[in-house]
Write a protein that binds this ligand. Structure first.
Ligand code: DX5
Ligand code: ZN
Length: 213
């Protein structure tokens, strides 16, 4: 038995009603809040920066799970470190010196996560799997909410789960993109610890209560 963490993505909420959305997240049993930061370069969309996260912080006691979809994430972690973020996750595809950045995030007193897009294999992050607190497997091409999960990515969750057991690593396996009632149990069975979910959660979160671990 393990706890599955539900991490609703605020991207799917109405930004004009942030406080109500944070209440909705908590009331429906989620433990984390997933915050998608997009820069219009790494992904073809823009969302929000540090101020938005900082302004939300006093209105939620849940874990803030910041997902940086930005180029040069090393330019931003310092400032996100001051926002009250708990986890800071960046993409291997947008950074040359991932080992250095993981330890910079840790020095800031934050949990460090690394993420891979659907076309990146687990082997691309193998050398740092012993160093990270979280691995975020993208199951859609990042940039937008409401897309369909790409089934071939599920295999990466199983791989990460096996490596974790084999080597005794401690990272959480998080899944992001198209996660909802129709696939959540499969993802949990494959080894997911955290389900980042946007549209499917804000539309009707009842499926999160039906998961069996
Ligand atoms: C996509 C983001 C996701 C997104 C998930 O680029 O990283 O966190 O908000 O939204 P859904 O669950 O609607 O795919
Ligand atoms: Zn995300």
């Amino acid at each position: 038995m393990k706890d599955i963490i539900i991490a609703p993505s605020m991207l799917a909420s109405d930004f004009s009603q942030v406080r109500e959305s944070l209440d909705f997240v908590k009331k429906n049993g989620a433990q984390w809040v997933h915050l998608d930061v997009m820069d219009g370069h790494f992904v073809p969309n823009m969302t929000f920066g540090t101020k938005f996260v900082q302004d939300m912080r006093p209105h939620s006691d849940l874990v803030f799970d910041v997902h940086l979809m930005v180029e040069n994430p090393e330019f931003f972690v310092e400032e996100f470190g001051k926002t009250g973020a708990d986890y800071i996750t960046f993409h291997v595809e947008s950074c040359y010196h991932i080992h250095r950045l993981i330890y910079r995030i840790k020095e800031l007193g934050k949990k460090a996560g690394i993420s891979i897009v659907p076309s990146t294999p687990v082997s691309a992050i193998a050398p740092v799997l012993g160093d990270v607190d979280l691995v975020l497997v993208m199951t859609v091409n990042p940039g937008f909410g409401g897309q369909k999960l790409i089934p071939s990515c599920i295999e990466k969750i199983s791989q990460l789960s096996s490596i974790k057991k084999e080597k005794g690593y401690n990272y959480l396996i998080s899944v992001d993109g198209g996660v909802g009632g129709s696939n959540a149990q499969t993802l949990v069975d494959a080894g997911a610890d955290v389900l980042a979910t946007g549209s499917a959660f804000f539309k009707d979160p009842s499926w999160t209560k039906t998961l069996q671990f």
